[in-house]
Design a protein around this ligand. Structure first.
Ligand SMILES: Nc1ncnc2c1ncn2[C@@H]1O[C@H](COP(=O)(O)OP(=O)(O)O)[C@@H](O)[C@H]1O
Ligand SMILES: [Mg+2]
Length: 424
């Protein structure tokens, strides 16, 4: 493969490493980044089977860039920075953890050989997570958590211990669940997949390497016979040009389907305040909502003093397209939430503003007439989380951001626990 000197605006430095399917280059002026250039090469069986496949580099690279764009959009920590050309992308430069992190929803392939008696199609919930040491010569042996910890890997100053393994395991499952939901939008079942992690120059664990049609089993309509992933190539005993054409057509189809996996799901969270004096509290709610990618609108309406207007605003919001969640913010006696709850068919969440008389005022939100339903929280973040949980039922990207936030809480707690043991 000839060696380019520039890709897009980037000047290439030295070749860091070359593997079976790509080359990794240093970048002049960007010591923390690198360029990954794909090759027109398809391989299987730890590289024993290998063919040139014209156009494969671009298809793989474009697939990878779209997948990582989804992961970055929902807040998963990845090494992917940007697309650089048809067959190259810029990544954070990582010391790579030599482990393949596999997640399975259905039992198939090598799992069946290693777990005799389990029928093909056995469904795992939560998804089954397995780890394999990257070692082509020994056919990537399966490794336990204890083996990974005992290897005492150290990359860019970070030792891979129990906490690090746990975070990578949880992230692996999350990446699978996010992409499983994404693919379900095209009625495709993600059966299993593998990812790799790297440690960047600042010691952060990131999802790295690539995710493309080589990384997963993907069955349209959940039907194994319709598979569109690299298994088609693995299964070939002799490989003809027309076989390679089928593989390429499948990979191209997958790349093109990815354009539909970041849909705009119409929805609105309307923060209804009884008085403009509640503005600050409402802006906090809106800020938290936007962190989950929610569309938010702030409105002022008083159910006590402007009852007709309140119902008119409600009807206006209800005729818009998509899911609607109302967050009612009213101090003292909360007429607003219960009136909305009594007249709306969408969820209504009360989030009264902070006040010294909160312990008495809260009863106007809690003790509702029969036939009226609305829920009550007192913190702006809790109101936003509840709204995101509702919208996330239809919008997998919102759902994913909630899951990422939950994982970040675990990461923060683990870090605090380590620091407490040293400093407290
Ligand atoms: N962000 C990154 N920084 C540094 N190296 C990377 C990064 N992403 C992937 N790599 C490494 O690039 C090399 C080439 O990839 P590939 O051709 O898939 O190799 P292999 O055949 O070993 O799987 C691998 O060693 C992989 O770990
Ligand atoms: Mg590889």
């Amino acid at each position: 493969m000839s060696r380019p000197t520039t890709v897009g605006d980037y000047v290439l430095g030295s070749l860091i490493i070359e593997g079976k399917t790509k080359q990794v280059f240093d970048l002049k002026d960007h010591p923390d980044l690198c360029m990954l250039i794909s090759k027109d090469r398809i391989t299987a069986g730890d590289g024993v089977k290998a063919h040139d496949l014209e156009g494969k580099a671009a298809i793989s690279n474009q697939t990878n860039c779209k997948v990582f764009d989804i992961l970055n959009s929902v807040g998963i920590k990845t090494a992917f920075v940007s697309t650089a050309s048809a067959n190259a992308f810029v990544s954070r430069k990582c010391a790579m953890v030599p482990i393949e992190w596999v997640t399975r929803r259905l039992a198939t392939g090598s799992f069946l050989k290693r777990n005799v008696g389990v029928p093909e199609g056995y469904r795992f919930y939560p998804p089954k997570q397995e780890t394999f040491f990257k070692d082509d010569a020994n056919h990537d042996p399966q490794w336990s958590e204890e083996q990974i910890i005992s290897a005492k890997f150290n990359f860019n100053g970070l030792t891979i211990g129990k906490n690090e393994v746990d975070i990578m395991r949880r992230t692996t499952i999350l990446v699978f669940e996010v992409l499983e939901k994404a693919w379900s939008l095209r009625n495709c079942a993600l059966i299993d997949m593998k990812i790799e992690f790297g440690v960047d120059t600042n010691g952060n664990i990131l999802v790295a390497d690539v995710i493309d049609s080589d990384s997963w089993r993907l069955w349209p309509s959940g039907d194994k016979r319709l598979m569109v992933d690299k298994q088609v190539y693995r299964n070939l005993t002799s490989v003809t040009q027309s076989d390679l054409d089928v593989v390429k057509r499948n990979f191209t189809w997958v790349r093109d389907q990815l354009d539909f996996l970041k849909p705009e799901v119409p929805h609105l969270v309307a923060v209804m305040m009884g008085s403009p004096s509640d503005k600050e509290h409402c802006q906090k709610i809106a800020k938290y909502c936007r962190q989950f990618g929610l569309n938010v609108e702030l409105r002022v309406t008083s159910a006590h003093k402007g009852t007709e207007d309140t119902l008119s605003v409600l009807r206006e919001l209800e005729q818009r397209q998509g899911s609607l969640v109302l967050i009612a913010v009213a101090g003292r006696s909360n007429g607003l939430g219960p009136v909305l709850g009594a007249n709306a068919s969408c969820p209504v969440i009360n989030c009264p503003p902070p006040s010294t008389s909160m312990s008495q005022d809260i009863w106007s939100s809690l003790s509702l007439p029969s036939g009226v339903g609305c829920s009550t929280v007192i913190y702006p973040e809790a109101a936003a989380l509840s709204a995101a949980q509702i919208i996330g039922q239809q919008d997998y990207m919102v759902w994913s951001r909630l899951r990422v936030a939950q994982l970040e809480h675990i990461r923060t707690l683990k870090k605090a626990d380590v620091e407490a043991q040293i400093n407290f």
